[in-house]
Write a protein that binds this ligand. Structure first.
Ligand code: HEC
Ligand code: HEC
Length: 284
């Protein structure tokens, strides 16, 4: 009898110490959602989360609303292509009836310091967020407390997997624009001014032209003078909007045949910027 009790104890002690059932062990083997998220999909979503390229359900009934008021829904409008919000390239981009305020926070540095879970929670929460079906007819652009300026309640329309894709982009897919160009910001939002210089910094133009000829010239021509956007050549666009080009080159332009080069490194981007800064090789 004694040996049976001892044997029973020996069998059960490890279970008691471990205090976990086999079920929990199996669950823990699933990769955390952050690990299987896609920074590339997140990058495309940062531009236009409801696009075909971002994999959004095209029969969602809110699409007409998003298209009618894109700047109230696009991450890049409120946070900037540089993720610097009011402290970056959008320092002079005030609100009007077609667009809300630019956010007063540096999302680039916040994203590097906060944990994936914290960023996810900010995207998932309904607190201090604007309902997706907000009534814009009562929007007063000049009122800083108008709810139209608030971040949309993305938890209402995006799946958790999509929110994790955004988090992964914020943590791993953004570029530090300070490595690509210098900027001088003067004044304060919404009447400040941004001036860009030293585009491409110490990048290598020979590598840059190789990259351009391989990846871009087929569509934009050897000197960037084909497919003008708002009348700007590729050189001119890069010199006036360097904050935006890096995102388009890496993630593509939704709604066009320009796909992204999601494997481009920071130093390759710098090389490309360097050559595009040259107005004799890439004229206005
Ligand atoms: C209409 C403007 C607007 C849009 C669009 C918007 N945001 Fe925001 N966002 C804000 C404002 C304002 C804040 C600061 C208030 C807050 O944190 O609640 C903020 C805060 C955040 C934060 C929290 C930062 C922190 O302090 O933890 C994250 C993350 C974020 N935004 C990501 C995104 C992403 C990703 C998108 C696109 C899917 C997006 N935002 C779209 C206005 C916007
Ligand atoms: C398959 C063709 C194609 C390739 C390859 C391509 N582009 Fe584009 N690009 C386009 C089209 C089309 C547009 C204009 C879309 C529009 O009119 O809205 C565009 C737009 C742009 C813009 C303007 C951004 C904007 O928001 O409209 C820039 C800058 C640009 N391309 C740079 C590049 C660079 C640099 C490369 C190489 C890394 C490249 N493109 C490769 C087709 C291409």
């Amino acid at each position: 009898m004694k040996t049976i009790i001892v044997n029973l104890l020996i069998c059960f002690i490890p279970v008691l110490l471990c205090n976990c059932s086999p079920d929990t062990v199996i669950q823990n083997n699933e990769p955390p959602p952050y690990d299987i998220a896609s920074a590339v999909r997140g990058g495309i979503m940062f531009d236009r989360f409801w696009s075909i390229e971002a994999g959004f359900n095209q029969s969602d009934t809110n699409i007409a609303l998003f298209n009618s008021r894109p700047d109230f829904f696009k991450c890049n409008h409120c946070h900037g292509w540089d993720n610097l919000g009011r402290f970056g390239s959008y320092i002079g981009r005030g609100p009007n009836s077609e667009r809300p305020n630019v956010a007063g926070l540096n999302l680039y540095s916040i994203s590097l310091t906060k944990s994936p879970q914290d960023l996810f929670n900010s995207l998932k929460t309904a607190d201090n967020r604007r309902n997706i079906r907000f009534d814009f007819s009562v929007y007063i652009p000049q009122d800083p407390n108008d709810s139209a300026h608030k971040m949309p309640n993305y938890g209402e329309i995006l799946t958790e997997a999509q929110l994790w894709d955004l988090v992964k982009f914020l943590k791993e897919g953004t570029m530090n624009v300070a490595e690509l160009y210098n900027a001088s910001y003067s004044g304060i939002y919404p009447t400040g001014t941004a001036v860009f210089f030293n585009i491409g910094k110490d990048g290598n133009s020979a590598n840059g032209i190789n990259y351009y000829l391989t990846k871009c010239s087929l569509c934009h021509g050897p000197q960037g003078t084909e497919i003008l956007v708002e009348g700007l050549t590729i050189g001119n666009f890069t010199r006036t909007r360097p904050y935006e080009v890096q995102h388009k080159v890496k993630y593509g332009k939704t709604g066009s045949n320009m796909t992204g080069n999601d494997d481009i490194s920071l130093s390759q981007m710098k090389d490309l910027y360097k050559v595009l800064s040259d107005s004799s090789a890439f004229p206005n």
